[in-house]
Design a protein around this ligand. Sequence first.
Ligand code: C5P
Length: 239
Amino acid sequence: MKKRELLYEGKAKKIYKTDDENIFIAEFKDDLTAFDAQKRSQAQGKGALNCQISAHLFKLLENHGIKTHFVECISDHEMVIKKADMIMIEIVVRNIATGSLTKRLGIPDGTVLPFALVEFYYKNDELHDPLINDEHALILELVDHESELEELKRLGREINVVLKSFFDKANLNLVDFKVEFGKDSEGNIILADEISPDSCRFWDKTSGEKLDKDLFRHDLGDVKVAYEEVLNRIQKVMS
Ligand code: C5P
């Protein structure tokens, strides 16, 4: 698979065209950004770790019947993916209250939620990705039909069930995560983007230690060491 011209550069990935119009290559970058990209840094090797972690998790989800854009990895930081027309909604699923939920609603940090909370955020940098409800999503025409919102919620919950029980075996609490979906050439909703410690929160079940991007957000420790630990634990559970 040959990399052709750069199609898009985001905060954490570059997307390249290939000779096949339905196939792209995602290159995972070492850049770290937080708080609407106001805080920036780099961690050498972070992109490769996220690429490998995402690949494992996409394969795991595919094995549980969840369609994803993942095709294969062609190097430690490059992933062949199916083209998807992105749905401009970030789906956040939360098991434990922290981050913006704690700030917005005053729920004490670390509170185990009585059920998995699914939230929609409008993917829009200028507006700083605001929290939206179903009606906002319909008015903004972010989906073609109301039923697609139900499908996004169902997929978010299903992904949560699979990942939560998987990470439990790795002695990690899956605190919350963000996923993005797109439509493939046949109109199917497929999981896209990435699933990595940049987009999830993981807390060690024994020590409570954070093993995710909060280390960078709040200057709590070495991101690369933590992401390596997450990858090692994933590989151990899978072997
Ligand atoms: O900041 P907040 O508490 O809303 O984040 C919830 C989850 O979504 C976290 O795991 C965070 O890493 C992820 N997230 C993300 N990209 C964003 C916003 C949140 O990956 N733009």
